[in-house]
Design a protein around this ligand. Structure first.
Ligand code: 6R9
Length: 653
């Protein structure tokens, strides 16, 4: 074997660049650095302290963790609290009622600001209205709303009365909505007539009507927010306008304290097979860890920061880092309804300038898109208010990380790459901006109180430099408690691959400093001639080439090598005009040179678009079907379902 074939993973994790913590964070750095030691010494005492300092309990807990029946955890036993009271009322009681909780910006440019006092009042009204419709503690409420303040109000109103919300992303179909309603046996649906998408009204209510058309579901009422003013069908007796129900309800409501393990929400996420899993989160532990991570990972200073997380509330990031973390911490945040390129490609940066955003939390796919649009667009705005930049959702390739730091962060703002999942509920692995010297492309260190490890096939810990599976060895406060209605699947999916450990489904390795590098889902880890190659690593190399905007790599079955590397790339601006065959060859050679001959893709197909879910994750499974000459599988969760036809046709040419 030639030397350039020997260490295929080295490219990604032998990243030499490192950025020392910003001295501006030094005040908190001292305190933060001690958190690791404190948690190492006594993890449970550490979490108990966080729970007591970050939350207000009506009844203090007596038992930090009950792990007597693993993997079914109970955190903060004996404790009672109300999630909405923690997110709202107590800030008003503490004299911060006039602080802005939400700066809302609609896609058409309409704006609304809610102070903590106003948001509390709206949530009390919604709580009274939902209760009047018969929703009681323990019931489930389906939420099918756009990114408008009523989404936050609805979620908190459910929490206030002890009902679990089940938010279904507004981009999902009527069928997807119905199956989630059925699985959760939701009593109420809260929706809107529609929203705005790229300047046009985009409907939501028709999907709810279609989902409930047979009249056989568990849903008794539908509350409809008027947002885009488009005409809607109406089912008398079932449907009610938000303005007629919530709008007329009393603003007096006393929050009742619930058990720490009261279900807070169900959020459906797709597994490798079968129907979506209803991930169940409960109250005390979830709020503790979302608040802790939101405060420390972003160095939050609630009195002065303006925080903006671009995630939709349809995803877990919207739950933990738009709704619960920021509001429990009393932060001021921006919520934006629309797409980043409406009415122009500078919209996000215009919002950063307008609201003086200090902390921005977004996804690599958005960062790469902005990169593709060019530096001169953010260059037209004043981004000097920014001080911390976060990334979440998939591995961020070093070039995108560097662009984010340099162009958006003026080479001054720390970038925190945060690894976590719907199932983990909150951030698990991430730098702390005042403490960690950051490395482009690595999520780096498990947070205080989190025990993450990289293990081999047998569950044995691997040394630095060896690629394996990411596991979590100890329960954590915001862990999922179950799969709704399917405890066997819960045990099977997460706790059986490595007995006694939580299996995350991600590949990872530690570098010589012990920093964790995420290598993509394990189904995305390829094995070529006995070498383990990560899709992320080759994609990172491709995106590092100046002609490439985005890349997706899959391993296609191959008789001789086990798997072969197949790449799909989108070219940047003028490069798209060049001869595709010549460009493919150039890119193959580029990867060969960058990583080693073993990683050179067998084929590089130039494509106009990649298949992405509505949350922006590339669906490599579909590309793999194409690469292996199979009929393309279920593409119903794609944002644009026509993309795959084009790719399949081009591949066959
Ligand atoms: C929060 C969220 C979870 C999966 C996870 C992993 C990938 C998320 C990442 C990351 C590398 C990061 N992922 N953050 N991979 N680096 N910083 O995205 O939850 O939608 O459940 O996805 O996303 O593969 O297993 P979810």
């Amino acid at each position: 074997m030639s030397s350039d074939e020997s260490t295929p993973l080295d490219n990604l994790s032998h990243e030499e660049r490192s950025f020392a913590p910003d001295p501006a964070f030094a005040r908190d750095a001292v305190a933060q650095a001690t958190l690791y030691a404190e948690a190492d010494q006594d993890r449970l005492a550490f979490w108990a302290r966080q729970a007591r300092e970050l939350l207000t309990w009506e009844t203090d807990f007596t038992d930090t963790l009950d792990w007597s029946n693993p993997p079914f955890a109970r955190w903060f036993g004996g404790g009672k609290l109300n999630a909405a009271y923690n997110a709202l009322d107590r800030h008003v009681e503490a004299g911060n009622g006039d602080r802005v909780a939400i700066h809302f910006e609609g896609e058409p440019g309409d704006t609304r600001a809610y102070t903590y006092a106003q948001l509390t009042e709206e949530v009390k009204k919604a709580a009274n209205a939902f209760a009047a419709l018969g929703v009681t503690a323990g019931d489930r409420v389906a939420v099918y709303l756009p990114m408008i303040p009523e989404a936050v109000i609805t979620m908190l109103a459910c929490a206030r009365i002890g009902a679990a919300h089940s938010v279904v992303f507004g981009g999902f179909s009527a069928d997807a909505l119905r199956s989630r309603i059925d699985d959760a046996e939701a009593k109420l649906v809260v929706t809107a007539d529609g929203t705005w998408r790229r300047g046009k009204p985009s409907p939501l209510k028709p999907a709810v009507d279609a989902a409930l058309a047979d009249g056989q579901s568990t849903v008794e009422n539908v509350v409809v927010v008027q947002r885009n003013g488009e005409p809607v069908e109406w089912t008398e007796g079932r449907d009610a306008w938000w303005s007629d129900t919530v709008g007329t309800a009393s603003a007096e409501h006393t929050a009742e304290a619930f058990d720490a393990e009261q279900p807070l929400y169900i959020l459906y996420t797709s597994g490798t097979t079968g129907k979506p899993k209803g991930i169940l989160h409960t109250t005390g532990g979830y709020l503790t860890q979302t608040a802790f991570t939101h405060r420390n990972v972003f160095d939050l200073r609630p009195e002065t920061d303006v925080y903006w997380c671009t995630a939709d509330i349809g995803w877990v990031t919207g739950h933990s880092y738009v709704v619960y973390g920021p509001l429990v911490n009393g932060a001021t945040q921006v919520i934006y309804e629309g797409t980043p390129d409406t009415p122009h490609q500078g919209r996000w940066w215009e919002l950063v300038q307008k609201y003086g955003v200090t902390i921005l939390y977004t996804a690599p796919t958005a960062i790469r898109t902005m990169m593709k649009w060019g530096d001169d667009i953010p260059g037209q705005y004043d981004l000097s208010s920014l001080r911390v930049l976060g990334s979440v959702g998939e591995p961020i390739n070093p070039e995108a990380w560097m662009w984010y730091r340099r162009v958006i962060g003026a080479d001054r703002c720390p970038v925190v790459d945060t690894w976590w999942q719907t199932e983990t509920g909150a951030i698990m692995i991430s730098p702390l901006p005042g403490v960690t010297a950051t490395k482009p492309g690595s999520a780096q260190v498990p947070l205080p109180g989190i025990t993450a490890d990289v293990v081999d096939d047998t569950g044995a810990s691997l040394g630095d430099g060896e690629a394996g599976y990411l596991v979590l060895r100890e329960p954590w406060p915001s862990m999922l408690r179950n799969i709704w209605g399917d405890p066997d699947r819960f045990v099977q999916t997460y706790w059986s691959r490595f007995p006694g450990m939580y299996f995350a489904g991600d590949g990872a390795k530690k570098d010589d400093d012990g920093d964790v590098w995420l290598l993509g889902r394990v189904d995305d880890v390829m094995n070529v001639s006995g070498h383990r190659l990560s899709t992320a690593e080759i994609e990172s190399s491709l995106v590092g080439h100046p002609a490439v905007a985005e890349a997706a790599v899959v391993g296609a079955a191959d008789e001789t090598t086990g798997q072969a590397v197949i790449a799909f790339v989108i070219l940047r601006g003028s490069a798209a005009e060049e001869d595709h065959d010549a460009m493919s060859e150039t890119l193959r050679q580029h990867v060969g040179k960058d990583i080693g001959a073993i990683a050179k893709p067998r084929k590089v197909l130039i494509v106009p678009e990649l298949p992405k879910t509505r949350s922006g994750k590339i669906m490599r499974r579909l590309l793999k079907d194409v690469a292996e000459g199979r009929e393309v599988g279920d593409a119903t969760t794609l944002a644009d379902s026509t993309v795959m036809n084009q790719i399949a046709a081009d591949f066959a040419k």
